[in-house]
Design a protein around this ligand. Structure first.
Ligand SMILES: *[C@@H]1O[C@H](CO)[C@@H](O)[C@H](O)[C@H]1NC(C)=O
Ligand SMILES: *[C@@H]1O[C@H](CO)[C@@H](O)[C@H](O)[C@H]1NC(C)=O
Ligand SMILES: *[C@@H]1O[C@H](CO)[C@@H](O)[C@H](O)[C@H]1NC(C)=O
Ligand SMILES: *[C@@H]1O[C@H](CO)[C@@H](O)[C@H](O)[C@H]1NC(C)=O
Ligand SMILES: *[C@@H]1O[C@H](CO)[C@@H](O)[C@H](O)[C@H]1NC(C)=O
Ligand SMILES: *[C@@H]1O[C@H](CO)[C@@H](O)[C@H](O)[C@H]1NC(C)=O
Ligand SMILES: *[C@@H]1O[C@H](CO)[C@@H](O)[C@H](O)[C@H]1NC(C)=O
Ligand SMILES: *[C@@H]1O[C@H](CO)[C@@H](O)[C@H](O)[C@H]1NC(C)=O
Ligand SMILES: *[C@@H]1O[C@H](CO)[C@@H](O)[C@H](O)[C@H]1NC(C)=O
Ligand SMILES: *[C@@H]1O[C@H](CO)[C@@H](O)[C@H](O)[C@H]1NC(C)=O
Ligand SMILES: CC(=O)N[C@H]1CO[C@H](CO)[C@@H](O)[C@@H]1O
Length: 466
């Protein structure tokens, strides 16, 4: 009897502690999150400044603008095809040879399965409690928490019983993020939120949250040949990974495309499951290369080096100034869209001075001011605070919970910029740019961004997302 108990206890001890909890596995991989090229679950900005998030006591908050990317998601159909091809290659090797050796040996676990388990309900979607194995990175959970925290920071700008209207571009993962944000935001209040949907179609013209999609002269593949020069130069690194895995597993012939997709496999499996054994296949140096490449790809596709990227960005910068100077009566102006839109906006609002000094394609520039992961991890967000101290009004950006002082205007309280100077700065950045003419927007499409204002007078103009 005593022996049986002892054996049972020993068995429990072995089974319990040989397999780690998701929380433990997540903890072990936290250190790689800043190197996932803008695909990591929400996380703090690297190199955060040590600045109070609270405004100085003598200041009073007037209004806030939020622009946010959706939270953790599944890969899109096109990305999934490439990622799954890697899984299939390894699986078929395993069938042929019997088992894997080395860093891929996690495939030997019979319980191991590909992390997209139902393409119809998952591809491109936000990770939700209902479509994934919930963990602390689940998009739905993070959006609720963000909404709850946002209410506790800014909810005092709403009146009692006020219903707040917010906007989401017409993409499931974006609308779902707004929905779960709203549930978290209203959790302990008598405020409600209404979500209005803004079309992502080019026919929305200037009345959009995704302006590059309306822009006829914007070509995100314009610099692909240039990007290829970096891609060509990293072939030694890719071959090195290929050889290492083949040395561990004689006869395992992963293609270079398979090897390239180890990184995305790692990022998205981590988004979905909270951890990914595939991430352990790569070395730190390899992460550094892939991370740089992801920033480079975004930068040369949607930011400064892409013709008309500034004209595209001017639409949202103009709108931000308009909301400050021609208030729609709302003190909270919240909108959701994609990382492409946010980074394109930043190309003008924060990185204009790098216009003639583009991110290096020859070697990794560790000091370049833009890194995709710093600005747009899943749930990446930019908050503009508008506040008055004494007789002067200031604004400042908060990016992923870290005050982001402008390099050319930050000498106000809270390291803010005087509103007048901020407007002058924006006018200078936008001078010579015209979204309508530069983007050749058809005269049949909306010529101005009006939704923040006209939803109040036209109840049928925008669909409600419930
Ligand atoms: C909020 O929405 C709920 C459910 O629709 C409704 O019962 C309640 O009256 C609304 N509150 C306000 C302040 O509009
Ligand atoms: C808000 O709604 C509650 C419950 O309906 C009501 O008691 C309260 O007076 C309302 N507040 C305002 C400012 O209308
Ligand atoms: C975009 O640019 C690439 C590279 O110059 C070119 O091959 C392609 O045809 C362009 N696409 C459009 C729609 O202009
Ligand atoms: C497993 O991989 C190691 C290299 O990591 C290699 O030395 C060893 O021979 C491999 N074992 C088998 C069975 O292939
Ligand atoms: C892998 O490639 C080598 C050399 O090209 C070849 O001899 C071998 O049969 C291939 N293995 C598999 C499993 O396809
Ligand atoms: C924004 O654009 C509108 C035209 O669409 C223009 O009337 C307005 O002056 C611009 N605002 C700023 C701040 O440049
Ligand atoms: C490629 O990488 C090497 C070494 O990392 C570097 O010397 C070279 O300048 C890079 N660029 C090209 C185009 O070869
Ligand atoms: C604002 O206050 C400062 C000192 O408190 C004063 O020097 C300045 O003239 C005032 N500006 C305006 C526009 O009232
Ligand atoms: C923005 O970049 C352009 C191109 O380099 C430059 O001419 C312009 O002066 C810059 N604007 C500001 C306000 O820095
Ligand atoms: C309201 O919006 C609808 C849909 O965009 C449009 O057809 C209609 O003309 C608008 N009505 C007014 C009064 O602006
Ligand atoms: C970019 C940045 O500053 N990151 C913030 C992102 O979100 C986390 C989680 O709340 C914050 O702690 C970071 O400061």
């Amino acid at each position: 009897m005593q022996l049986q108990l002892y054996i049972a206890a020993a068995f429990l001890a072995i089974t319990c502690c040989s397999s780690k909890s998701i929380a433990e596995l997540q903890k072990e991989q936290e250190y790689i999150l800043p190197y996932l090229g803008g695909s990591s679950p929400y996380m703090p900005m690297k190199n955060k400044r040590f600045i109070d998030l609270e405004l100085p006591e003598t200041c009073k908050l007037n209004s806030v603008q939020l622009s946010q990317r959706h939270f953790s998601r599944y890969p899109t159909a096109s990305a999934n095809k490439l990622i799954k091809a890697l899984y299939t290659s390894v699986e078929s090797y395993k069938k042929k040879v019997g088992a894997l050796n080395g860093s891929l040996s996690f495939f030997n676990d019979d319980q191991y399965e590909y992390f997209v388990t139902d393409e119809d309900s998952q591809l491109g979607e936000l990770t939700k409690v209902s479509n994934s194995r919930p963990n602390k990175y689940t998009g739905e959970t993070c959006a609720r928490e963000f909404g709850y925290d946002f209410y506790h920071r800014y909810g005092s700008l709403l009146n009692d019983n006020e219903t707040l209207t917010v906007f989401a571009s017409d993409s499931d993962r974006v609308k779902d993020t707004a929905k779960y944000f709203a549930e978290g935001f209203t959790q302990s209040t008598n405020n409600n939120i209404t979500i209005l949907v803004i079309s992502e179609d080019a026919s929305a013209g200037a009345n959009t949250l995704t302006p590059y999609k309306s822009c006829n002269t914007f070509n995100s593949t314009y610099n692909d040949d240039l990007l290829d020069t970096f891609f060509a130069n990293r072939s030694a690194t890719l071959k090195g990974i290929q050889t290492r895995l083949a040395d561990e597993n004689p006869g395992l012939n992963l293609t270079i495309a398979n090897v390239e997709n180890i990184y995305d496999y790692c990022s998205f499996e981590l988004n979905v499951k909270g951890f990914s054994e595939m991430c352990n296949v790569l070395t730190r140096d390899e992460f550094t290369m892939f991370d740089y490449e992801a920033s480079l790809d975004h930068y040369y596709s949607y930011m400064n080096p892409t013709p008309n990227s500034a004209a595209v960005a001017s639409l949202l910068l103009n709108n931000s100034i308009e909301l400050l100077t021609r208030s729609n009566g709302n003190k909270l102006n919240l909108a959701w869209h994609h990382d492409t839109d946010i980074n394109n906006f930043l190309s003008l609002a924060l990185f204009n001075e790098t216009n003639n000094n583009y991110m290096s394609l020859d070697e990794i520039d560790f000091w370049f001011p833009f890194r995709r992961e710093d600005f747009t991890p899943m749930g990446g967000n930019i908050i503009l605070e508008d506040y008055t101290c004494g007789n002067e009004t200031y604004v400042r950006y908060i990016i992923n919970d870290s005050v982001y002082p402008l390099n050319d205007c930050n000498n106000g309280p809270g390291y803010g910029c005087k509103l007048d100077n901020f407007i002058e700065r924006a006018e200078a950045l936008m001078s010579g740019l015209d979204f309508i003419t530069d983007c050749e927007i058809s005269s049949e499409y909306p010529q101005e961004l009006t939704f923040w204002w006209d939803y109040k007078t036209n109840s049928t103009a925008y669909e409600t997302f419930a």
